[in-house]
Design a protein around this ligand. Sequence first.
Ligand SMILES: C[S@@+](CC[C@H](N)C(=O)[O-])C[C@H]1O[C@@H](n2cnc3c(N)ncnc32)[C@H](O)[C@@H]1O
Length: 218
Amino acid sequence: MQTPLFQHLDPDVVYEPREDTFLLLDALEQDLISIKKSKPAIICEIGPGSGVILSALSTSLGSSCFYLGIDISPHACRTTNETFLVNKNGLNFDLVNADLVSCLKPNGTQMFDIVVFNPPYVCCENSEVIDSNDGLLDRTWNGGEQGTATLERLVPDLQNVVSPGGFVYLVAISANDLKSLDELMLKSGFSKTVVVKQRKIIGEHLHILRFQKKDNVM
Ligand SMILES: C[S@@+](CC[C@H](N)C(=O)[O-])C[C@H]1O[C@@H](n2cnc3c(N)ncnc32)[C@H](O)[C@@H]1O
């Protein structure tokens, strides 16, 4: 998968693609054949930031699929919109400026065949937070004490928004409690963790995790 153009991104307000982003792209590329075979109708990226992941998926899968990005940062929504335009991804996408999946109906929609989220995963005490840009830039990386505060809020809602047999791709680091994340996902009706890719970089051991929604969970 080619990295989309993102020169229009303003790094003062939007998370700039880096190792975690590119490892996620590599993992999706590795799974591309099975993703295509599963014929997804709607793909949702939570926290698209620059939009490069969603745009690369759109370039690879084309217009047979609808792409939805949900980001808490309006700057990220605007940047992702531009990334789609600059990379000529067509018009079958939409962006919502919201907190996780709070903008969706609470029950029974189960419409996403694939959900992707590179969440704020850095373990951080509240006292370490620097309130840059109304806190929006801090929210791109600050995952709370265990680094999983945002994921822990999302996971219980995932079973309501992912279709049976659908896939969830998450980015995590080994400093996060990966065992509890696995248990939380199992409790929410997903398969055990599959590590699609991992890479050690300075100060972090990145993991790209894949989960599949069990068929019988409605
Ligand atoms: C680590 S960045 C990842 C950006 C991009 N997906 C990438 O891989 O380069 C996390 C993104 O999640 C967004 N985000 C953080 N908390 C969120 C929330 N509660 N709801 C929606 N988006 C959120 C941030 O604004 C940011 O764009």
